[in-house]
Design a protein around this ligand. Sequence first.
Ligand SMILES: *[C@@H]1O[C@H](CO)[C@@H](O)[C@H](O)[C@H]1NC(C)=O
Ligand SMILES: *[C@@H]1O[C@H](CO)[C@@H](O)[C@H](O)[C@H]1NC(C)=O
Ligand SMILES: *[C@@H]1O[C@H](CO)[C@@H](O)[C@H](O)[C@H]1NC(C)=O
Ligand SMILES: *[C@@H]1O[C@H](CO)[C@@H](O)[C@H](O)[C@H]1NC(C)=O
Ligand SMILES: *[C@@H]1O[C@H](CO)[C@@H](O)[C@H](O)[C@H]1NC(C)=O
Length: 514
Amino acid sequence: MSTVFLRIVIFSLTFLNSVLKIYGRPDNIILILTDDQDLVKTGFISLPMTRYLIGEHGSTFTNAFATTPVCCPSRSSILTGRYLHNHGVLNNSLSGGCASEAWTENHEDNGTFAVHLKNRGYNTFYAGKYLNQYGKNGPAVPKGWDWWMGLEGNSRYQNYTLSVNGTWRDYADRPDDYLTDVMAKSALEFLNQGHVRSEPFLMVLATPAAHDPFTPAERYKDRFEHVRVPKGKDFNLHNQGKHWIVQNMPPHTLSDETISKIDDIYRNRLKTLLSVDEIVEKIVLKLEKLQILERTHLIFTSDHGYHLGQFALPWDKRQPYEFDLRVPFVIRGPGIPKNQSFPFPVLLTDLAPTFLQIAGTKDDEADGVSLFNLIEAEKLNRTFLIEFHGEAHSDSVSENCPDVYRDRDQFFQCTLENSCKCQDVRNNTYHCLRHLSDRCDFIFCHFEDDEDFEEFYDLRSDPLQLENTASVLPPHHLQFYRKSLHKLKNCKGRDCRELRKMKVLCPLETQKNK
Ligand SMILES: *[C@@H]1O[C@H](CO)[C@@H](O)[C@H](O)[C@H]1NC(C)=O
Ligand SMILES: *[C@@H]1O[C@H](CO)[C@@H](O)[C@H](O)[C@H]1NC(C)=O
Ligand SMILES: *[C@@H]1O[C@H](CO)[C@@H](O)[C@H](O)[C@H]1NC(C)=O
Ligand SMILES: *[C@@H]1O[C@H](CO)[C@@H](O)[C@H](O)[C@H]1NC(C)=O
Ligand SMILES: *[C@@H]1O[C@H](CO)[C@@H](O)[C@H](O)[C@H]1NC(C)=O
């Protein structure tokens, strides 16, 4: 990073600040949030307009991460700027806190970015998937949102129900009902309102793409016909030395039938995203026409990553590997350099603090930091936490799967379609210390299983995470990683923000190579 460039960035930020002071009007914010869209295999392949209109007219953060690789906990982190252990939403179930009363009382009523921005005078709009259990307690509009089009339950594309400003409305499966298109239409109507031009607004478009059931819009169903999922060295690889679900869950490799299903899913995921690319283009054109494009921040990202066949895991998320953690991340707007790439690690917990800073306020208890601080920080160095609670439910285990899964409450999503290779198990509960700097790049994980299993990957020498070297770490390294992970697991607010800059011991291999 050249200092000249940094000075330009800082100058633009200062300039932005003075403009804000003169006009007293903070900038607009639009977040486009996809569902389950991974960076590793999916990325921007079917999003050329998004890459061009946001990425090239703004900046790409090449190291963006979810801090928990599953929908509801991650979305709760996005809304609050907090790690899982500080918002308390453990999994996708109501009993695990997802859209529960406790969540509403402790966070939604007082702590989401919507509430903070509403307090700053923003007009707010939300459309699409919210939290997986949204609707279980009725169609109530979460605090902070003016125009609300929240999807009942989990992602769907057709035959779904929305809470439209607090009243349930059913949609069928006619072409006009395709959820991503319904969202686009409402978003443009929102922007057409007179006051939206004169007052700041916040818009969140949380698309069902590219989540299961992977239903493309009718007009895109024949696209990507010859595309197959990229099959790298880790594809369908029974990898030794990993935690229970990867190492021991049969079958150790996927059948040709399952692989062909994975190809199919991959194509459909790409197709569902074509409708998202269309929304982005429509919105940008609209903002331009209204002459508010230059005062609007557009951010595009996903709630976490996804895997398709890596380490012979069928199709899901929930694993502490790069493919499930990394997300696409582009942003444009005032103070954001054009057509730049930044390597600074950015977390989904940084979104809320970033939005609050744009609005001229802050939340001292947030665990994340504003992106603007990261851009200014100059040094590539960040340590952060990954947390996950293994899910299990007897209902999600097919009766036709072998007896090995007799204890059905320990397993999750084992179906004939995925070769009965369960996508999750109860003891897939872990915490990881993830570090990325210009000195080193590694992850250390501890599983809460019978073995207190540990995994360590030096991502510089082993980017595909093929070799778990936890058992051969020098004792004082191991001790250091355990101790640092313990600190992060228990951090809160300012503590977490300070710990991101902790001094770490780099793995020996990296030091040798230097
Ligand atoms: C961004 O940079 C690339 C590579 O230098 C260039 O090809 C492209 O035209 C640039 N895009 C814009 C919008 O300036
Ligand atoms: C919101 O939460 C903060 C602390 O997190 C507390 O000080 C404040 O009183 C709360 N406000 C309301 C209206 O509950
Ligand atoms: C939802 O409520 C907002 C704010 O009151 C209003 O502007 C908008 O027209 C309503 N939307 C629908 C579809 O009724
Ligand atoms: C939508 O629901 C109707 C009526 O229940 C059903 O006939 C149709 O197959 C469903 N469509 C999809 C795509 O699930
Ligand atoms: C979610 O967490 C709660 C509380 O720990 C637990 O009772 C429930 O079984 C979990 N849900 C799943 C699907 O694992």
